[in-house]
Design a protein around this ligand. Sequence first.
Ligand code: CTP
Length: 396
Amino acid sequence: MSSLSGQHILLGVSGGIAAYKSCELVRLLRRAGAEVRVVMTRGATGFVTPLSFQALSGNPVRCELFDPEAEAGMGHIELARWADKVVIAPASADLLARLALGLADDLLATLCLATTAPIAVAPAMNRVMWEHPATAAHVESLRGRGVTILGPAEGEQACGEEGPGRMVEPQAIIDHLAAIPGPLEGVRVLVTAGPTREALDPVRFLGNRSSGRMGYALAEAARDAGAVVTLVSGPVALPAPQGVETVRVEDARQMHEAVMARIGGVDLFIAAAAVADYRPKAPAADKIKKTHEGLTVELVRNPDILAEVAALQEGPFTVGFAAETSDLEAHAREKLERKGCDLVVANRVGEGLAFDQEENEVLLLWRGGSEHLPRQPKRALARQLIERIARRYAQD
Ligand code: CTP
């Protein structure tokens, strides 16, 4: 799988004849499996129309900072958060200067201030402008802040001169973006997902409404962030994610066994499964017949997988889920302490919330802090969660 597969690439295009080459860049990025959103400066629209980039990227193109209609869809801060990587190609002398100064005088410059994603720029301009001490100082300042400067290449220029200032070729930009390590590069992640089914007899079970969507989305987002992912899944209707080792289990004890057999060497454990706390003590060997008016089933406790993993000596960084119907924060904090995990993702359940839904909103809690992630599709939420988890994991 390409390392750009599933990645969110924000492409900034500033004014310059090389803007036409960025059309090819969008095509190549999409072919590599990336999702691309294009932001153009006003100058750029004089060279290539937003419509071209819209058709190539499959997403609306943004040009204005104060565009009420666009902001109603994905606001500029959301767009800045959306990006896994930012690349500006071509980057004009003017844009480099504005970035170096930290100006926020248009959408693209504002996004560069508001994002935590790595930024790369591919300068393109007349050679004298490139060699001007002002430009050189801005480039140095950007480099010092961790911005990658790609090129420029040398050669014949659109203005008829010869020298440095040509934008590097789109393939070189792709190669650079693909080589940037993700926030979980090489981290070994184990995710549990879905419900468990606790057998009552050979045909009946105790179960719950978990669809597995959140856990699967987390496994995919961790994979896209560079992790080596194993998914231990209860029975769900979802296909195994590509590039993720998927182990299917039925009940809590099988899930427990599958997790404990693989936990050695795992760096990060995410317990997204809705594991049954109890199972029938003695499941019937044959189908239970309705011979009595009532039926009493004795239940016994299942092993608590999360608590056991969190208690391991030199165990992984652990992330638990808390599904609560009331007092979300208080109950979730209590769970954080009781289970001894490093992070808890808490959400409200009941009344059509969370379970078996396309969207969710959560409260992320750790010792000493919390963050609310607003209601959104589970895939988008999973990406945000993985970004936050990666940050806390790195600080651990
Ligand atoms: N969990 C687990 N093994 C279990 C039970 C739960 O790994 N046998 C994990 C879940 O995957 C989830 C967290 O623990 O990450 C949820 O904790 P749990 O105690 O099940 O919480 P609730 O059932 O939501 O709450 P409680 O039982 O405290 O009412």
